[in-house]
Structure formats: C-alpha cells, structure tokens
Write a protein that binds this ligand. Structure first.
Ligand code: GDP
Ligand code: MN
Length: 397
C-alpha cells in the first residue's frame, strides 16, 4: 500500500528519524493557518507547499513551491489544491491534488551549503536480504544516476540475524563524504531509518532527498513509503492511512468483490483462474500481437455471478477491444464455467460490446465447448492455447 509523503514522514518521525516538519492542509486558508503554526514551532518564515499525491517528480511538475510570506502561501496552496498535477510518473491527464503539505523551509543559508543525498531501504530479492541503497547524487531520478554514474550508487546489505551494525551506518556516512557533526547525524539517521523500516513492515522507503542543512543537520525532505499489505493487520493505524482517491477505481471495486484485478495499458481483457495461468495468458496475448489490458484472477469459483462481475470490471476499461477467458477446469468443472459465461452474457445483454474468446481446458472441456458453440452468442470457443491465440489475433485484425 502506498501512502502520502506527510504520512510517510509521520511514520519516520515516530521512530526518531529527523524530518522536515510540516502540516497537511485541505484548502488555502488551512495552509495559511498551518504556516503560522509552523512559524511558531520552528521559527521559519519561509515555507514549501507540496502537493500530496501518490506520484514522484512533483517538483518537476510544479507541485512543490517555495512561499516567502503568508500571502504567497495562500496563493500557491490555492493554485496547487485542485490542480491536475502532471509529473514524469503520472499519466498525461495527471493526478488531482486534494491536499498540500505546508513544510518548513530547510534550505536556509548558513555556514555550509545544503547538500542533497539519495537513500532507500528495500529488499534485495536475489539475496533475500534488506539493503540500504544510497548516493551522493540526491534530488535526481535514481534511474538516471544508475545509467549515467553508476559508481555513485552504493549499497549496504543487512544480515537479518544481527540487523544493521554500527560499522555499516558509519561506512554509509563515510561514503557520503561526511565528517564531524554531519557524520554523527547521518549515523543516527541511518540507524533510526532502518529500525523504522523493519518495525513498520514496509517494503520500500525512498528518501530523496536526504538533506544536510547548512548547520549540519541530516533530515528526510521527501518520503516515499510503501507498506506491506500483508502486514497491515498488525498496524491498524497505518491501514487507516489508505487514500482510495489515489487508487485505480476499478481495482478498488475489484477488491470489494474479492477479485484479484490489476489494471494495465493494453487492449485485450483477460479473465483467468489462477495467477500462474493469468501470467501465461498475458504472454499469449502479447505473442498474438495484442497487449493485456489487465491481470484478473477469478480464483476457484467461476460461477455466473463471479463471471459477470469480472466481465463488468474488464469492460469499464474503454481500451478493451476483446476479452480472452482462459480457464483450467481442475476442481471447477468446465461446463459449469461455460454455463456461467453464457448466463452472464445473457444477463448483461448489450453491455458486452466486444468479441469474447473462451478457452476452457480440463474436466468436461468438450461439453463446455459444445455449450458455448450452441449458445448462439458472440463467443468464440477454443480448446488449445494456440487456437485461442489465433482467435485473439483474428478478432483484433
Ligand atoms: P518530488 O519532486 O516529488 O520528489 O518532491 P520532493 O519532496 O523531493 O521535492 C522536490 C524538490 O523541492 C527537492 O528536491 C528540493 O530541491 C525542493 N525542496 C524541498 N523542500 C524544500 C525546502 O524546504 N526549501 C527549498 N528551497 N526547496 C525545497
Ligand atoms: Mn523527491
């Protein structure tokens, strides 16, 4: 589950990680009040107004702006709230901004120049261990750094039986070129960050930038936090951080009816039982010259009601030009599934306006094929995988 920057920072702060302080606001007036409150708490006269959407690159899209007085806070917050923010990580339409984070300006002048670093904590899947990835090149896309200056990205792997060790935190501070107060601050920052990652059951922390202020404090200026959905049962307070306005509405609906649905960009909808078969089906669609419009695992019970729900979800996506149903009848009998498809089709009438290719394999596949072929509906049946692929190709061209 993804959460907003301000929520991620709340979690970090609760584990003693230093953050750029801020207050979230829903409208321009709240933003002004937030700014006044921050001035009292922190002494800052300048504030940054930051769009809260689940997408990075907000700065580049005009979603992060500096305000030098309360009038500017009001103006900027008023402009950002309600805008459709387009960033390199959103679609062309962008994401609607419902709220902003009013934060203290932490790039104030002083003895030293402020410096930006990159730091993330994530699982290295090939070693099965958590790692801290970090770089002197903060504030930039890490993908760009990886491409152009890979030698400036460092990693530190953590042995799960002993956790992050002191020398590792010190090595990170050293590799970032720090000394004195900033070095000590970084060691503390890294240790508390790693504790936060473990205790919050997160699957990703990305802090870009981590800032060294002009007076040598180390803090998180940004926070991308992804929580592990499977651990939310033991973090009721985090579960409440979910903002469904940020999620794909069809995926939210699918979750409600218990279907495993993930929206994709292609033109062929798929309805499959079992995640492995769903992946193979997506490959098949690609081979046939199409692009999958979604991943959808209907699970074990493919009865008429479920099939109808699945059809409705798939058809919400206007890009869908054909639907491929690929069901293996192991526990569930193919003829029952076929009957489900026929019933759903009849129930939905005109709602189904694209060709449907059905491949049923397994128990009673022959009975199922007959049922579909004799239904008189616009459904193409197939028994073999290749046959199904050919039919997809046929209806697309
Ligand atoms: P992102 O663009 O979505 O990654 O949002 P960030 O939170 O990383 O902010 C983008 C950029 O805004 C940062 O890289 C900083 O350069 C700038 N920024 C963030 N906070 C401040 C601040 O307090 N003062 C100033 N002057 N700039 C800031
Ligand atoms: Mn950032």
């Amino acid at each position: 589950m993804n959460i907003h920057e301000y929520q991620g920072k709340e979690i970090l702060n609760s584990f003693g990680v230093r953050i750029q302080r801020g207050i979230v606001a829903q409208d321009a007036q709240e933003a002004v009040n937030a700014a006044k409150q921050l001035t009292e708490q922190t002494g800052t006269g300048w504030h940054v107004i930051k769009a809260q959407v689940h997408a990075g690159g907000r700065g580049k899209g005009g979603g992060v702006k500096l305000a030098k007085n309360l009038k500017e806070v009001e103006e900027i917050a008023g402009n950002i709230i309600g805008m459709n923010l387009v960033t390199p990580q959103t679609s062309a339409e962008g994401k609607k901004v419902h709220q902003v984070l009013v934060a203290e300006d932490v790039y104030y002048p002083g003895d030293n120049e402020p410096e930006e670093y990159y730091m993330s904590v994530l699982l290295n899947r090939s070693t099965g261990r958590n790692m801290i990835m970090y770089s002197t090149e903060g504030g930039m896309d890490i993908e760009t750094v990886a491409e152009e200056t890979p030698h400036l990205i460092f990693t530190e792997e953590i042995d799960p039986s002993v956790g992050l060790l002191g020398f590792q935190a010190r090595r990170i501070a050293f590799n970032l070129g720090l000394s004195g107060t900033a070095f000590k601050e970084m060691v503390k920052f890294v240790s508390s960050l790693y504790t936060a990652f473990e205790k919050s059951d997160s699957s990703l922390f990305e802090i870009n930038p981590v800032l060294k202020t002009s007076d040598d404090k180390i803090m998180a200026v940004d926070a991308k936090v992804t929580l592990d959905d499977n651990a939310l049962f033991r973090h009721k307070d985090y579960a409440e951080m979910r903002d469904i306005r940020e999620e794909n509405p069809t995926e939210v609906e699918a979750k409600k009816v218990g279907l495993n649905y993930v929206a994709l960009d292609g033109n062929v909808g798929c309805m499959v039982n079992g995640a492995g078969l769903a992946m193979a089906t997506m490959d098949l669609i690609k081979q046939a010259g199409g692009e999958p419009a979604n991943f959808l695992d209907v699970g074990g019970t493919a009865d008429a009601k479920r099939v109808e729900e699945a059809f409705r979800l798939i058809l919400k996506d206007e890009k869908v030009e054909a639907i491929l149903v690929n069901i293996f009848g192991g526990i569930v009998r193919c003829d029952r599934v076929a009957q489900g498809i026929v019933d759903a089709y009849k129930n939905m009438g005109d709602a189904i306006n694209v060709p449907i290719i059905v491949r049923l394999q397994g128990t009673n596949a022959d009975v199922a094929k007959k049922l579909i072929d004799e239904s008189g509906l616009g459904v193409h049946s197939a028994v073999q995988f290749q046959e199904a692929a050919d039919k997809v190709q046929e209806v697309l061209s």
